[in-house]
Ligand binder design. Structure first.
Ligand SMILES: Nc1ncnc2c1ncn2[C@@H]1O[C@H](COP(=O)(O)OP(=O)(O)OP(=O)(O)O)[C@@H](O)[C@H]1O
Ligand SMILES: [Mg+2]
Length: 254
């Protein structure tokens, strides 16, 4: 069977900046793939390209479940089964926690009406937000917003979940909880997951395989234990600006 996602010749220029360079990536069904790379390496841009938030340069091939998604708008790509979370949470302000999750699934294969609401409640319980269904989303703590972001992305019953630094800003207990949740949905729903993360300890435990990016290019690919020892990866993190990813201390504004 063909891979779940096949990407070839993915390029993106922002003016003179070549942010994603000739990227090729294949994700098989059921895999958990990690994307590693220093700040500005192009990781989020890859997600933006895969989900239709920005258009790739001409010549890109992005095939999801046998169908080209190049040129489709985000809502169509989401309806085909790719869900994402954002590095910065983007809840729908003015809606309740439950409504935020239900809205996340509208237009998807997850059903509608009562079914959708029941699924949303189950997901909220799974992510640890039971009892907060009716709360306005803007009063949630930062950690709860990150949990909501995952419930919202899962509500659509995606085949592929793209997580953009889900552990950012969380304490170690919260990271362990979220990590267990990601493992559970991966196991229970056969969900394929791509994970961008700088917190390497949990990342290493979660992923089957790592793709390391620097300056928009793949600099190394392989098993997590090999990638963290890879000279090009060490150079990208430590050699350039002393930013040690293995300390897991990187935090981001973007
Ligand atoms: N919409 C945009 N317009 C112009 N430049 C952009 C845009 N989006 C990203 N960039 C630039 O492209 C490069 C890659 O950015 P990107 O956000 O993909 O990096 P990243 O690997 O996700 O970094 P971080 O770890 O800090 O989140 C950066 O130099 C960034 O400034
Ligand atoms: Mg990013």
């Amino acid at each position: 069977m063909a891979a779940l996602l096949e990407v070839e010749e993915l390029n993106k220029h922002f003016g003179g900046l070549h942010a994603v360079k000739n990227l090729s990536l294949t994700v098989e069904r059921g895999e958990v793939v990690g994307i590693l790379g220093p700040n500005g390496a192009g990781k989020t841009t890859v997600y933006n390209l895969l989900t239709g938030f920005i258009a790739p340069d001409a010549g890109a091939r992005i095939v999801f479940q046998g169908k080209s998604v190049v040129g489709l708008p985000p809502y169509r790509i989401a309806a085909l089964g790719i869900s994402r979370t954002f590095q910065l949470c983007r809840p729908f302000v003015g809606l309740s926690v439950l409504e935020n999750v239900v809205v996340g699934a509208l237009g998807s294969k997850a059903g509608e009406g009562a079914d959708l609401e029941a699924r949303a409640r189950t997901l909220l319980a799974q992510v640890g937000l039971a009892g907060k269904e009716g709360v306005p989303v803007e009063v949630l703590s930062y950690g709860d917003q990150r949990r909501l972001e995952i419930a919202r992305a899962l509500a659509a019953k995606p085949a592929l979940l793209l997580l953009d630094e889900p552990f950012a800003g969380l304490g170690s207990a919260e990271i362990a909880d979220l990590s267990a949740l990601i493992r559970k949905v991966h196991a229970d729903e056969g969900l394929t997951v791509v994970l961008i993360e700088h917190k390497l300890r949990e990342f290493m435990r979660l992923v089957d395989r790592v793709v390391a990016l620097d300056f928009g290019e793949i600099i190394a690919e392989g098993l997590p234990e090999d990638i963290v020892r890879h000279p090009a990866v060490i150079e990208a993190y430590i050699g350039r600006d002393g930013d040690d990813a293995t300390a897991g201390a990187t935090s981001h504004a973007a």
